[in-house]
Design a protein around this ligand. Structure first.
Ligand code: BTN
Length: 246
């Protein structure tokens, strides 16, 4: 386990360690990130003393298609970690956001590397959870959509949250492949996106749709107003609620 006072991005550091042979189970935690990254090239606000910024390296000997559910499975594990640490039950917004009261509590960024034969060399599981931030600690544009455990009245030391996150990931490691169906069932129960109208955002274009279901591979089945259905994948699109962030 590596602890860094400041990192640009724990995912970037963890990928470097992965490429130089670091073992399965390596974890990096930073007290602050200067270049915290989110999905689809977005940034992740990571002020000093605010949240837990953690990346874990796993090296499952599987084909990439067997890890399509990884982000969802980590979402389930992180909801359990937050509940164990702070007594608060978050939900998930497809695919990788932890949410409380319609606000973003944290996010997950999974990045993978592959061997020449196409199998998985490593997966870096990056998780950021807002813990101690007050509203003004967030950049202005996030102040109406972000929250933290402290803002939700669930005070919790970052060390305790970090410990529960690592425990939850260690538990997940044992079940990731064998318990895929159960993990996806739990994810569907936690997901607040399905059953609601959404905007499907693809680069600069946006289309209205209805979120029907999360499929076994973690993709989101949406229905457009003309009745056409499509499974959208997290690498290509993100979704927003029609009337706000959720
Ligand atoms: C998102 O909101 O789209 C995902 C955010 C993931 C943030 C975590 S913080 C630890 C790790 N390092 C990063 O640069 N990103 C992830």
């Amino acid at each position: 386990m590596h602890w860094l006072e400041v990192a640009d991005s724990t995912n970037t550091r963890c990928k470097e360690l992965a490429r130089t042979g670091a073992p399965h189970g390596t974890v990096i935690i930073a007290g602050q990130q200067t270049g915290g990254r989110g999905r689809m090239g977005r940034s992740f606000s990571s002020p000093a003393g605010g949240g837990v910024y953690l990346s874990a390296l796993i090296r499952p000997k599987v084909k990439p298609e067997e890890l399509m559910h990884l982000t969802c499975a980590v979402g389930v594990a992180m909801c359990q970690a937050v509940e164990a640490a702070a007594g608060l039950k978050p939900n998930v917004k497809w695919i990788n956001d932890l949410v409380v009261r319609n606000r973003k509590l944290g996010g997950i960024l999974v990045e993978m590397g592959f061997l020449p034969d196409g199998t998985v060399d490593y997966a870096v599981i990056g998780v950021g959870i807002n813990c101690c931030q007050q509203t003004t600690d967030f950049p202005e544009e996030l102040q109406s959509i972000a929250t933290s455990l402290a803002l939700e009245g669930a005070d919790c030391a970052r060390e305790v949250l970090a410990a529960r996150m690592v425990e939850a990931l260690a538990k997940l490691d044992k079940l990731l492949i064998s318990d895929k169906a159960a993990l996806m069932r739990r994810y569907r129960r936690l997901c607040v996106t399905t059953g609601n109208p959404v905007q499907v955002l693809c680069q600069s274009a946006s289309r209205e749709a209805y979120a029907v279901a999360v499929l076994d591979d973690g993709s989101l089945l949406v229905r457009y107003p003309d009745g056409q259905e499509e499974a959208v994948h997290s690498g290509e699109v993100s979704v927003r609620g029609m009337y706000g962030y959720i």
